[in-house]
Design a binder for this molecule. Structure first.
Ligand SMILES: C[S@@+](CC[C@H](N)C(=O)[O-])C[C@H]1O[C@@H](n2cnc3c(N)ncnc32)[C@H](O)[C@@H]1O
Length: 240
């Protein structure tokens, strides 16, 4: 029997829903404005509601496109850029439903991937460890995937235990620069010397890069990728 495709959910589902709800309400208002008898009021209401509807609706569509169509391509690019040999031990910080985790596992036939998350369904729809394992099963990589519940600022793994650490769209959810830096320090702690990392995020990429350089890591960061909404940057590097 054919396996169903993995379903990686929708990022920030409440925000996407609000963009569609507000924009569709404005569209209705612009349609109802045809009932207004006064020509001046008609044009004011119509123009305001229609031209506010358009950017809000377009942003909702862009967010859905980013999650469902652009993100799998971004995940593939992140993993390909790591030039894995196939037997690394990799950790995904804030793995959610596992898009990056499963892509990594496909590139690690003799390795092992670990995912850690707090499972916030505000950040991703249907976010639960069972969903991540179900996706790993559907992608045919479940035996190489290990899922953990925890905060990326306090990783439950020993020092120098991973060859690679990746993270996508997780760290900006942590409030406060110092708190985000705690997770970067934890990332460096669990990485082996010479280990690689890649972090994709919609905010703070420059600050992550500057902090990691100040901690003696080697860092490069990519141009802004506009296929995801909001646009994101990827930083890549190595613990020296
Ligand atoms: C937008 S989702 C992205 C999930 C996944 N990385 C992806 O790209 O599909 C952000 C994830 O970060 C997780 N997260 C946020 N803060 C976290 C923290 N302090 N520790 C662990 N996970 C966290 C959320 O639960 C959520 O799964």
């Amino acid at each position: 029997m054919r396996q169903c495709k993995a379903d990686y959910g929708i990022d920030a589902p409440g925000v996407v829903r609000n963009f569609f709800l507000i924009s569709l309400s404005l569209l209705m208002l612009s349609i109802f404005s045809f009932q207004i008898q006064s020509a001046l009021w008609f044009w004011i209401v119509f123009l305001y509601s229609f031209f506010t509807f358009l950017p809000l609706f377009a942003t909702g569509c862009w967010m859905l496109y980013g999650t469902k169509i652009a993100k799998p391509k971004i995940a593939l690019k992140i993993i390909q850029n790591l030039k894995l040999t196939g037997n690394e031990k990799l950790l995904d910080l804030g793995c959610g439903r596992g898009i990056l985790l499963c892509e990594a596992a496909k590139h690690l036939p003799h390795g092992k991937v670990y995912g850690i998350d707090l499972w916030s369904s505000k950040d991703q729809s249907g976010n639960r460890p069972e969903k991540t394992l179900e996706n790993a099963d559907r992608e045919g990589v479940k035996e190489r995937v290990s899922i953990h519940t925890g905060d990326v600022r306090f990783l439950p793994f020993p020092d120098s235990s991973f060859d690679v650490v990746v993270s996508s769209l997780c760290l900006h959810n942590i409030q406060g620069k110092e708190e985000r830096e705690k997770s970067l320090l934890e990332m460096l702690r669990v990485l082996k010397p010479g280990g690689k990392f890649a972090i994709a995020d919609i905010q703070h990429a420059k600050a992550y890069a500057e902090f990691l350089i100040s901690q003696n890591a080697n860092v490069e960061y990519s141009k802004t990728n506009y296929s995801y909404c909001p646009p994101l940057k990827i930083i890549e590097g190595r613990k020296l």
